[in-house]
Design a binder for this molecule. Sequence first.
Ligand SMILES: CC(C)(COP(=O)(O)OP(=O)(O)OC[C@H]1O[C@@H](n2cnc3c(N)ncnc32)[C@H](O)[C@@H]1OP(=O)(O)O)[C@@H](O)C(=O)NCCC(=O)NCCS
Length: 170
Amino acid sequence: MSEIPSAAKENLRIREMTIDDFSEVFHIGEQVFTAESFQSLYRTWDEYEITTLFNSDSELCLVAEAAGKILGFALGTTVTKHNSPWKYGYLVWVGVRSDIQQGGVGSGLFKEIKHRMKEQGVRMMIIDTSADNQPAIRFFEKQGFGDVQEHVYMSLNLSRKNRKKTVKRP
Ligand SMILES: CC(C)(COP(=O)(O)OP(=O)(O)OC[C@H]1O[C@@H](n2cnc3c(N)ncnc32)[C@H](O)[C@@H]1OP(=O)(O)O)[C@@H](O)C(=O)NCCC(=O)NCCS
């Protein structure tokens, strides 16, 4: 993948995603949401994540662009809970091309999506990521997130159970 010149990064523009951006956003996501770092998440990166969030909350689907290239994206939604007057802003996916990470693109995307959520009446933002995704955890801490709540995912392999049944005895 070609290097983004630093002059281009200076012209970074955060704007709403359009249909024409879908394929670039999808491929950046494929690059950064790897099976190793996202294996325990219940959400999987696929094209429906982009289209579903775009259909429900296009104002919260943002891309960072410089020199005509998409460098990263942030996709979010808002959630209202039964019996709660609070509106929550869920930042579902944020990803920056791996060759230009730690260059301020993620912070730019975050600043804009936070501003937009605030405008929409959001009182609390939420994010989730794998417990071992230290770069992302540090990134979110830098943006002011705290109050980490642990959540346990468990799995039951049904195919293994079936396989056991078919074992033939000598
Ligand atoms: C998380 C991610 C979006 C951050 O984007 P970014 O453009 O690299 O972040 P920034 O350059 O704006 O970094 C802002 C701060 O976050 C922290 N940070 C970012 N990347 C870090 C890393 N690899 N290690 C440690 N801290 C990091 C630093 O405190 C940094 O501030 P500093 O530059 O003053 O040290 C990007 O690393 C990424 O795409 N990761 C893979 C996908 C992912 O895990 N997404 C989050 C879950 S959906």
